[in-house]
Ligand binder design. Structure first.
Ligand code: MN
Ligand code: MN
Length: 496
């Protein structure tokens, strides 16, 4: 009968003094707080968003029924039967990469619920755990009805159980920041660097595009997830405040710097490529770069400084990467399209190239030079020449092919490190720096290309490599989503 504000603080601040076991046994530092910050300090943890279980359940039930009823209402609309394959690729990429990653996030929240040193953190992360579970289920259920249209949608369930190269990359990053760190470090890494900085990007950018595409089912789904994320992401800021107040600014800074980079490398692929290539030109509402500058650079940077942290040391490299990384990977993923579970359109016809040049000045003389060769080969009927005969060098940290701006500037190089018995290759100074923060943690992981040489994929023929990655097993691999239709705009010009 009391107002929430009258009982909330007492209820959620309950902290027991253990008598049968030691505090250390109950909250092992390697699972909870390895920084030795006193319990009284953690008891000051004040989450910005407060909710009681009864309210939480009511709100979540409403969100669920909104998302499911939009889906049910539109089930007969034939939208997905007729959707542009570029948009279908956005969905397939999203579901495969994200659905079970959400389930991993559920385990991350559960670790805070059990081992978090602050009672308020434990309480709040229980809601976070239920959030992640709820929207994992949404993202497994929604694509399930599409499997009969195309087996590639089955990667929503299967991707994380596969050894597809793109999955190895995502899993390496998530294992690093979310699955194998203590409650405090992973809260900085996930709640603050991942969910606060970059989840907005995925959710707000993609839901606007989905609405423009007329995919109201997906737009609603994404908005529903975002409302969960926006709340539980707030776990990160009190954690960082307490760390800074207790002399652990350096550790908080390093955790944030590692995580932002790791998640950025993935997001620029899962969001940057869709926004600038897969979504049909008429439906694009913003370039990826415009989006990054408005939603991440401006907003998140201010939050970082308000909290008392610095922006990451690699800020200039990050800004340069916003101009380049996803353009490189669009070229790479398209060229190695049989290795992925979606059908990436090249989508660089005359009108698209004009748009890219406007949004990314210099695109034509750099990335355009790569696509010129491909376009000419296709116009001359040499489709076979558009499939590379070599394997790329993979970064030993992000697990993504090492690449950079082509053309006159030619930014690509491998950053190397000798450690123990071997040499490691990295895409950037940042991925190498992450390795250097803890080489023993990272040294034994093998990239997909390492596995071709180590004998794990034996013999390393194209067919064996594809099978190893789940291609032809879970579904067929990718093809050009528009059956090369985008080169037609150049045919008259080429004939001249
Ligand atoms: Mn989530
Ligand atoms: Mn989350």
């Amino acid at each position: 009968m009391l107002e929430r504000s009258e009982w909330y603080d007492i209820a959620r601040d309950t902290n027991w003094t253990p008598s049968y076991v030691s505090q250390e046994e109950l909250f092992p530092p390697e699972m909870g707080d390895p920084y030795g910050i006193p319990t009284e300090e953690w008891e000051t943890f004040d989450e910005p968003y407060k909710v009681a279980y009864r309210e939480y359940v009511n709100i979540q039930r409403e969100k669920d029924s909104a998302a499911y009823s939009v889906k049910a209402a539109l089930a007969r609309s034939k939208f997905y039967d007729q959707a542009d394959e570029g948009w279908a690729s956005v969905l397939k990429l999203h579901y495969g990469a994200v659905a079970l990653t959400e389930y991993q996030a559920c385990q991350f929240q559960a670790r805070m619920s059990r081992f978090g040193p602050s009672p308020a953190m434990r309480n709040m992360s229980v809601y976070g755990m239920l959030d992640e579970l709820r929207h994992t289920q949404l993202q497994l259920f929604f694509p399930h009805e599409l499997v009969h249209l195309d087996r590639q949608y089955d990667w929503a369930h299967q991707a994380q159980h596969s050894k597809n190269w793109a999955v190895l990359g995502g899993r390496h990053a998530m294992d690093d920041i979310m699955m194998t760190r203590d409650a405090i470090t992973s809260s900085v890494m996930v709640s603050f660097a991942f969910e606060t900085a970059l989840t907005n990007l995925q959710m707000i950018g993609l839901s606007t595009d989905a609405a423009n595409m007329g995919d109201h089912t997906f737009a609603n789904l994404i908005t529903s997830i975002q409302s969960d994320e926006a709340r539980h992401a707030q776990l990160g800021t009190p954690t960082i405040e307490i760390m800074i107040r207790n002399g652990r600014k350096k550790e908080a800074q390093q955790a944030m710097d590692i995580a932002l980079w790791r998640v950025w490398r993935l997001f620029s692929i899962t969001v940057g490529i869709p926004m600038d290539y897969y979504i049909p030109l008429e439906q694009r509402h913003m370039s990826f770069k415009e989006f990054m500058h408005e939603w991440v650079i401006n907003q998140w940077e201010r939050q970082v400084q308000d909290l008392g942290l610095e922006r990451p040391w690699y800020w200039d490299i990050f800004l340069l990467d916003i101009d380049n990384h996803h353009h490189c990977q669009q070229g790479g993923i398209w060229s190695w399209r049989p290795t992925v579970w979606w059908n990436p359109p090249g989508a660089v016809g005359p009108a698209e190239r004009e748009w890219l040049e406007e949004k990314y000045p210099g695109w034509n003389e750099s990335y355009g030079s790569y696509w010129d060769v491909i376009t000419n080969n296709l116009l001359q009927g040499h489709e076979e020449k558009t499939h590379p005969q070599c394997i790329p060098i993979i970064c030993n940290m992000c697990q993504i092919p090492i690449s950079h701006r082509p053309g006159p500037e030619w930014g690509a190089r491998a950053y190397q490190r000798e450690y123990g018995e071997r040499r490691y290759n990295f895409c950037t100074e940042v991925c190498r720096w992450i390795f250097d923060t803890d080489p023993e943690r990272y040294k034994d992981h093998e990239t997909i290309v390492d596995r071709m040489y180590s004998g794990e994929i034996d013999p390393p023929t194209l067919e064996n490599v594809l099978t190893y990655m789940g291609i032809g097993v879970i579904s067929e691999g990718g093809r050009d989503g528009h059956d090369y239709g985008w080169v037609e705009g150049f045919r008259a010009q080429a004939a001249e």
